[in-house]
Design a protein around this ligand. Structure first.
Ligand SMILES: C[S@@+](CC[C@H](N)C(=O)[O-])C[C@H]1O[C@@H](n2cnc3c(N)ncnc32)[C@H](O)[C@@H]1O
Length: 336
């Protein structure tokens, strides 16, 4: 669902206040009781969504109809089903799900699942929905493990700490693609901890992951992690939005996702600096930290690290995302 995910998310994370965003939901023509094909219903709801200013009108409509017919995408439905009349029950179900979309609920929550790096993850509000660019962070970590033997660790596979696991997207895709790896995944939100646990079970990856409820800003939190280390890698997609930018988020994000997952404080650095402070205590030398950040952060993180030589950390590389914005950092621990 990579391409669709990208297209959909680009729109979903657009500015707030688009035309008709929170218009009261006036009654719209119901399709129940009429002979309607899947293709006809997709067109109908696309038009309704467009009229109400719902972003990604066609994609939203296609995903919902496909979901009710048991497929992931409309394009993957057998063509014979496109024109077959839907049952009244199917029509009612589509109407119900589309009514959530009219209230700007993200499609990922409406469907209750979303794909990330080839894994289907359960999605439950308000746990953060994994974004397509985070797949690039995972790919960078995989490249690092493939290229640098020191990242592999003494057990033949790396021991990885993920800070802020959310639905488990990063941790579980790394476990899935690195069969000898182990992950310690932490999050301060119970909803995230239990969703990561459930997704790990669903994907049969529970034996190589330890999921811990932990606030990385709490005093001495690293001592809780010490017994599980030393780690080979730390990876995180932390909350990094500048506080002043929070008001620009799309209604899908602002009204449905946990704001704790997004708000990184005044300069978006609150959790980033905590991760950079605790990581050297837990990492092997030369261990690595991979972070997803805002494009303003490479410079801010670089100067913050210069002000903290005691941490023995160096900003090694910055990578751009698929839109060409500097979004990923590789920081390495050197021997003291
Ligand atoms: C941007 S989300 C990333 C979720 C997931 N890793 C992903 O990429 O889809 C950030 C996560 O960090 C968690 N978080 C925020 N503050 C935290 C803290 N102080 N300690 C631990 N986790 C925290 C949030 O609950 C949220 O799940």
């Amino acid at each position: 669902m990579k391409l669709w995910g990208r297209i959909l998310w680009t729109f979903l994370s657009g500015p707030r206040g688009r035309k008709g965003a929170f218009n009261s939901w006036k009654s719209h023509s119901s399709l129940a009781g009429t002979q309607q094909s899947a293709a006809g219903v997709v067109s109908h709801w696309t038009q309704v969504f467009e009229e109400r200013g719902i972003p990604d009108a066609r994609e939203s409509s296609e995903y919902i109809v496909a979901h009710v017919l048991g497929a992931k995408t409309f394009q993957s439905l057998r063509p014979v089903l496109w024109n077959k009349p839907l049952t009244p029950k199917q029509l009612q179900c589509i109407q119900e799900l589309c009514s959530h979309r009219l209230q700007r609920m993200p499609v990922q929550y409406i469907l209750g699942e979303w794909d990330f790096q080839g894994l289907t993850l359960k999605m439950v509000p308000p746990v953060f929905i994994p974004r397509p660019e985070t797949e690039e962070l995972v790919e960078w970590v995989l490249e690092e493990v493939a290229q640098r033997p020191s990242a592999v660790g003494a057990q033949g596979g790396p021991l990885i700490l993920e800070v802020g696991c959310g639905s488990g997207a990063i941790a579980l895709s790394l476990l899935n693609q690195l069969p000898k790896s182990h992950v310690i995944a932490v999050d301060k939100e119970e909803a995230a901890v239990s969703l990561t646990r459930e997704n790990a079970q669903r994907l049969q990856l529970q034996d190589r992951i330890r999921i811990i409820s932990l606030d990385v800003t709490s005093e001495g939190c690293w001592t809780h992690l010490l017994p599980w280390g030393p780690m080979d890698l730390v990876v995180s997609n932390p909350p990094y939005i500048f506080h002043k930018d929070m008001g620009q988020l799309a209604p899908e994000i602002y009204s449905y996702e946990d704001l704790v997952a997004l708000d990184g404080g005044e300069e978006g650095m609150d959790i980033i600096t905590h991760i950079l402070t605790l990581a050297p205590r837990l990492l092997n030398a030369p261990g690595s930290i991979f972070l997803e950040v805002d494009p303003r952060h490479p410079e801010l993180v670089g100067s913050w690290l210069q002000s903290r030589p005691d941490l023995n950390l160096r900003l090694m590389a910055v990578r751009k995302d698929f839109c060409g914005r500097s979004r990923f950092l590789h920081v390495q621990k050197s021997a003291p």
